[in-house]
Ligand binder design. Structure first.
Ligand code: GCB
Length: 607
């Protein structure tokens, strides 16, 4: 199409939808932000609840201009002769990071728009670039600085950063974020899930100060031929044809590279690092430098592959003794906002004897992944492509790809992540398989060093005979699936006579099994929601998987802790909680906890 026509159409669209202006995608992701020069913007912000979107649209639902919208950060108190029907100065405080649902009783069930505002001090230097980094905002964020809308991000569990170079003032600055956690049938996740839709700026916010040309991202990975390889990407006017160096002093690695025109340099070098493993989570200091920038990280090296129906870590067979975890704190229950809350969960996982955790159903905070790495816990990391996604919607697919890319970019250097998962329990159809195959292929393109899979579902063959008959198996490394024998659709005893057979020789990973119980509710083992039923169901499942599941290579039972879910309406037992935790929401161990722990300790001894 003629350029003039395209520009004309774009201008017309901006006229009709002025809000589209300034709602571009954020800047490319900057990784390892903990090591960058930054000022924390965490703390008490102001908030206004906006159920009808009055700060964003007029009454005809036409988006307001920046000046008319709440992005302008005006106040009635600035000039009381004017009609301004808001003012963040009159608003209540809200903690960032934090979900709004558990901070205010009135917002417990709220889903919709909430405006966040912060006034912060800055003294921008002309030789630096500035970015506002958000660890995560659930689900959509539109960000404005000093009254100017700059970007929109969709996806509640991955970081993004917005360039504000040239937008900051010396002294006080206004930052306004419209946060919207409205569920949507075309979203990732979609309308329907089984966890609490915690809204808000749920992870930390920072103002990053970067050199004009800086190190944006890098990868340092081990391939199967014992060679360390990866890339460094610079960002800035002088990114092309620049020197960059990578060093890992303990391995005597010191490489001098030059970026290409695109600002990227790749490398590969021979090495014999001590390998990272759950028993010995060895990490090395890494330093990357360019003319203007440098950053340090800690990285580990390992290989992960499948050989027939076995999973090999560093060339040796491994059984994944896992547990699934939601990113929700032990009481007081809410979205995790502090590292200690991660640790509290992981200490239970270690006590259970786990060498693996499934971080469900979305990418968890970066500290969580790093903590697992330090503690020797392997990780399955997934994006929230969950249940009934709009498979044929192009925008939905683009958002899934975006969330996948953000997850992989952020965590590419974490040795403990061994599986990228692209979906959970998605009903089989041609469109869905095409969609997921696209995600798998993108994951492999970005990262050839990990397994890629999805949590699939079982298929019945005949009474008590099951398989996994999913066309996606052609693309995944694992036969990974959720199965609830003894809970959904059957009673515990069903495990005793259930047999499994699989259409191909790949490792079988049970990404979920489990049963529910209210902690302290004791009774006959035949009665649902008693600890006895749950423990019995665990015991029988374990026996079934060990004895009648060829290729059984690991599991992450559902789930470590009781978690909030609006799907759970059985008062007196569920009270808005999915009760499948082996510990309760306050951290009490149920009988099933000890069944699992006992099994894992026997598996460890057997090795
Ligand atoms: C599943 C889902 C998980 C649910 C669980 C349950 O299969 O993957 O998100 O919470 O079942 O408890 O029903």
């Amino acid at each position: 199409m003629n350029k003039r026509i395209v520009t004309g159409i774009a201008a017309a669209l901006l006229y009709v939808f002025p809000a589209l202006a300034g709602e571009d995608a954020p800047a490319p992701m900057i990784i390892n932000v903990a090591d960058r020069s930054s000022v924390s913007l965490d703390g008490q912000w102001k908030y206004l609840v906006d159920q009808y979107g009055i700060g964003y649209y007029n009454y005809r639902l036409v988006p307001l201009s920046d000046q008319e919208s709440f992005f302008a950060d005006k106040s009635f108190d600035d000039d009381r002769t004017q009609l301004v029907e808001y003012g963040f100065n009159r608003a209540d405080d809200i903690a960032v990071p934090g979900d709004w649902n558990t901070q205010f009783e009135k917002l417990y069930y709220y889903e919709g728009k909430v405006w966040y505002q912060l006034r912060f001090q800055a003294s921008p230097r002309p030789d630096k670039r500035y970015f506002i980094y958000f660890g995560a905002v659930n689900h959509t964020a539109v960000v404005a600085v000093n009254g100017k809308k700059l970007a929109r991000h969709e996806g509640g569990f991955t970081p993004f950063n917005i360039e504000v170079t040239g937008q900051l003032k010396n002294g006080e600055n206004s930052l306004v974020v419209m946060v919207d956690n409205t569920r949507n049938k075309d979203g990732i996740p979609t309308n329907n899930s089984d966890w609490w839709n915690y809204g808000g700026i749920t992870r930390s916010v920072k103002l990053l100060e970067m050199p004009q040309t800086f190190i944006r991202d890098y990868s340092v990975l081990l391939n199967k031929d014992n060679r360390i390889f990866g890339h460094v990407a610079l960002d800035g006017a002088n990114a092309g044809k620049q020197k960059v160096s990578i060093s890992i002093p303990e391995l005597n690695i010191s490489l001098n590279l030059r970026t290409g025109k695109d600002g990227k340099a790749s490398f590969e070098t021979a090495a014999s690092p001590e390998l990272w493993s759950p028993e010995s989570p060895k990490l090395y200091d890494l330093q990357i430098s360019s003319a203007e920038d440098s950053t340090c990280d800690r990285v580990g090296f390992r290989t992960i592959e499948c050989d027939g129906d076995r999973i090999l870590l560093n060339g040796k067979q491994i059984f994944l003794r896992g547990v699934s975890i939601h990113e929700e704190s032990i009481a007081p229950v809410g979205r995790i906002t502090r590292p200690e809350q991660n640790l509290e969960l992981l200490e239970y996982a270690k006590d259970l004897g786990c060498n693996f955790v499934r971080l469900a159903h979305y990418p968890h905070n970066e500290e969580m992944v790093r903590m697992c790495e330090e503690m020797g816990l392997l990780v399955w990391s997934e994006i929230p492509v969950y249940w009934t996604i709009s498979w044929t919607n192009e925008a939905t697919y683009r958002n899934a790809i975006q969330q996948l890319e953000e997850m992989i970019t952020r965590d590419i250097n974490r040795a403990n992540i061994i599986i990228w998962s692209v979906a959970n329990e998605t009903p089989v159809s041609e469109e869905r398989t095409r969609f997921l195959a696209g995600l798998i292929s993108r994951a492999r393109e970005m990262d050839p060093t990990r397994l890629v899979s999805a949590a699939m579902e079982k298929t019945i063959l005949s009474k008590n005979r099951y398989t996994v008959n999913d066309p996606l198996l052609k693309y995944t490394d694992l036969i990974s699936f959720n199965q609830y024998t003894g809970w959904y659709g059957s009673r515990s005893e069903a495990c005793d006579s259930t047999v499994w057979e699989f259409p191909m020789k790949k490792p079988v990973f049970i990404s979920e099994f489990g049963a529910g119980a209210l902690y302290g509710n004791h009774g006959p083992r035949t009665e649902r929601f008693t600890e006895e039923y749950m423990a019995d169901c665990y015991q029988r499942n374990i026996r079934m998987m060990m004895e009648r599941m060829p290729g059984f290579s690991g599991t992450s039972p559902w789930i470590l802790k009781d978690f909030r879910s609006p799907r759970r309406a059985l008062n007196g037992i569920q009270d808005d909680f999915n009760r499948k935790g082996v510990i309760s929401d306050v951290g009490k161990k149920k009988m099933a906890y000890f069944v699992l722990k006992d099994w894992y300790s026997k598996l460890k001894e057997r090795k």
